[in-house]
Design a protein around this ligand. Structure first.
Ligand code: F6P
Length: 345
């Protein structure tokens, strides 16, 4: 078989581990591999790179994706589905391994229903995909954010400041909850639990009255204030939508810092971690998880399990239907926030 591999959506540390595993295992099984450049755009525009043992050598520890990525939506391009099918046939591509998040896998799921031979691998630093317990990239993002929180602690303490750390995660608070717990945050704000600014200020005031002179607040970029919950008043970078209809979140950190300083009088700063959480070397956990998922995807190809994706279930890697991965957003376990709250203030 000639198998195309693509990576779509935001990059995540560990993508290269998946590509390497798919290529090595599929070559061992006697198949030919081709890299599809920049996600779905590559198959629509016939952008390919040959993939062999050499091209995946020395990439395991590298962040990003050697194949490039984009947020191209096949179903937003006129005749996109037919174009994918035609281009696959013209280039002799028999099957695709699509590595991506809800958008990339959503397209994969529709193409699978249209008869395209596709298997998926779940990816996102946000860890918000259902049907898999964890996604690779999440552990690295949490480690980066935790290290940043540790560093911010020392400067906050030296200056008697409140520091708001804004982390990624879109509409799920996984990165905020994990890095906030690991970094000993004094308050963690997640999209799943709308916050009350008076309550936030009161927790900080009490903490400072109790003798502390600094505080660290970890806020998920998708956190919303109570009165606007479920509303479109989430803080956005701008009103633009990408081809999957997503807005660009961001700005909650600055907003909170201004409000907190105004209401409490404590000097407050905000730090937006942004894409640093996504870049650079994957942790050992993400390399291993990516490798195991890639290995499983190669087995799915070998056994013609089209329309399935590799997923982490407990400590095992299993096959689940692609549509299960995109059925609903996996928001955080609220029990986690009960644990976190014990350390607030
Ligand atoms: O989904 C991954 C993610 O990093 C989100 O946490 C974040 O909101 C978004 O992508 C940022 O997207 P972009 O790379 O387009 O700025």
């Amino acid at each position: 078989m000639k198998i195309g591999v693509l990576t779509g959506g935001g990059d995540a540390p560990g993508l290269n581990a998946v590509i390497r595993a798919v290529v090595r295992k599929c070559i061992a099984n006697g198949h030919e591999l081709v890299g599809i450049r920049e996600g779905w755009r590559g198959i629509l525009e016939n952008k390919y790179d040959p993939l062999d043992r050499n091209s995946v050598s020395g990439i395991l520890h590298r962040g990003g994706t050697i194949l490039g990525t984009s947020r191209t939506n096949v179903y937003k391009v006129e005749g996109g589905e037919a174009q994918v099918i035609k281009n696959m046939a013209d280039n002799g591509i028999d099957a695709i391994v699509a590595i991506g998040g809800e958008d990339t896998l959503g397209v994969a799921s529709k193409l699978a229903k249209a008869g395209v031979h596709i298997v998926g691998v779940p990816k996102t630093i946000d860890n918000d995909l259902s049907a898999t317990d964890f996604t690779f990239g999440f552990d690295t993002a949490v480690n980066v954010a935790t290290e940043a929180i540790d560093r911010l602690h020392t400067t906050a303490e030296s200056h008697n400041r409140v520091i708001v750390v804004e982390v990624m995660g879109r509409h799920a608070g996984w990165i905020a909850a994990y890095s906030g717990i690991a970094g000993g945050a004094d308050i963690i704000l997640v999209p799943e639990i709308p916050y009350d600014i008076d309550e936030v200020c009161s927790i900080i005031r009490k903490r400072h009255e109790g003798g502390k002179s600094f505080s660290i607040i970890v806020a998920s970029e998708g956190a919303v204030a109570k009165k606007v919950a479920g509303d479109s008043e989430m803080i956005l970078q701008d009103q633009k939508l990408d081809s999957f209809g997503h807005v660009r979140l961001g700005g909650i950190g600055n907003h909170l810092a201004e409000e907190i300083e105004k209401r409490t009088g404590f000097e407050t700063r905000s730090t937006v971690l942004g894409h640093i959480q996504r870049g650079g070397t994957p942790t050992a956990y993400d390399r291993v998880l990516g490798t195991r998922l890639g290995f499983c995807a190669a087995e799915l190809v070998e056994t013609n399990k089209w329309g399935y994706m590799a997923a982490l279930k407990g400590t095992s890697i299993d096959a689940v239907k692609l549509e299960e991965a995109t059925r609903e957003l996996k928001t955080i376990d609220l029990q986690l926030m009960e644990v976190a709250k014990t350390f607030f203030g």
